[in-house]
Design a protein around this ligand. Structure first.
Ligand SMILES: *Cc1c(COP(=O)(O)O)cnc(C)c1O
Ligand code: SF4
Length: 305
């Protein structure tokens, strides 16, 4: 990142609402002209964030309503989300958490309470570490959490939702992977990549290490106007991922969070893109088009065929 990014006064305002954050890895992926660059658009504060259409809110998913205690969101059957940190490697301008709707723990006492709760809920088969970004935890914290999760007999799977393998691959260290492997649970890693331009030699190495560790590696993307809203761009992304052994999982419609309206792609356009992708991709390279609805017991599939 340039030491002193040149921001216009309006970009400054957007930046104050949600501080700009990107890694050298992502900054190196940017190309000229910046305004048309899919990486720049994802991470650089924009005057467009100051628009305020009525149906865009600060907590579009109403996660707080499904959070019985700090750090836990339990909405879907058999699987619960843990938010162990607010930290992320980058700040994605379209993120539904940009207003900090959900807060993480945690002092050691709150962490222990959370672990006790997980131990008592035998319906939980899967813990999803989300965030913030769970791979931003420091090594001792990571080790502590993995040790706790390993001890839950009813837990089958640990799932990690992370942008680190793409945005800051050097953070994914071999000891962290080994700790995860040693839990003796199935591990699913869901990375978040929106454009083939985000994939670098360093991220390829990190993903290869995850596959060699025996993890199932999936990708989720958000459909974003001006970033990846074409079949051509998404075909290229998903084939590049498949080439790295990463299967496309979800293609999300944008969450209607305040400040992100300029990224909106209509459901009609999304369905059109899916129909085009269907014509040119093998079935395993086709993500599921979904939308998050706070009142539903799972993601809402959008039928496009
Ligand atoms: C997305 C999400 C999950 C995971 O859903 P899958 O369809 O299994 O990927 C779990 N809990 C919450 C609250 C979620 O938003
Ligand atoms: S939670 Fe994920 S999408 Fe949101 S800012 Fe962090 S890395 Fe980006």
């Amino acid at each position: 990142m340039p030491a002193e990014p040149q921001l216009t006064p309006q970009q400054q305002l957007a930046h104050r609402g949600f501080p700009m954050l990107l890694t050298p890895t992502m900054a190196d992926c940017m190309r000229q002209p910046q305004e048309q660059d899919p990486i720049y658009r994802q991470f650089w504060p924009s005057a467009e964030e100051l628009q305020n259409p009525p149906h865009y809110t600060t907590d579009p998913l109403q996660e707080a309503a499904s959070s019985p205690m700090p750090g836990l969101v339990h909405k879907y059957q058999g699987r619960a989300l843990l938010h162990l940190t607010d930290a992320c490697p980058v700040h994605c301008r379209y993120c539904f958490r940009r207003h900090g709707a959900i807060t993480s723990p945690m002092d050691p006492q709150a962490e222990q309470q959370l672990v006790d709760h997980l131990a008592q809920d035998h319906t939980l088969q899967e813990i999803i570490l989300s965030g913030g970004d769970p791979l931003m935890l420091n090594a001792p914290k990571w080790h502590w959490w993995m040790t706790q999760l390993a001890q839950l007999p009813h837990l089958q799977r640990i799932r990690i939702h992370s942008r680190v393998p793409v945005a800051d691959p050097s953070r994914l260290t071999i000891p962290m992977l080994e700790t995860l492997q040693n839990t003796a649970k199935s591990v699913v890693l869901v990375i978040h990549c929106n454009h083939a331009q985000e994939l670098t030699p360093a991220s390829e190495v990190a993903l290869q290490a995850c596959r060699q560790a025996g993890f199932l590696v999936l990708n989720q993307s958000v459909l974003l106007a001006g970033v990846n809203d074409s079949a051509e761009i998404l075909a290229k992304l998903n084939l590049a991922l498949v080439g790295l052994g990463v299967l496309p999982y979800y293609l999300h419609l944008l969450d209607t969070v305040q400040g992100a309206a300029h990224f909106e792609v209509s459901p009609q356009r999304a369905m059109e893109i899916m129909r085009q992708l269907h014509q040119c991709l093998p079935g395993y390279a086709l993500p599921k088009l979904v939308r998050e609805r706070p009142e539903l017991p799972g993601k809402e599939p959008i039928h496009w065929f």
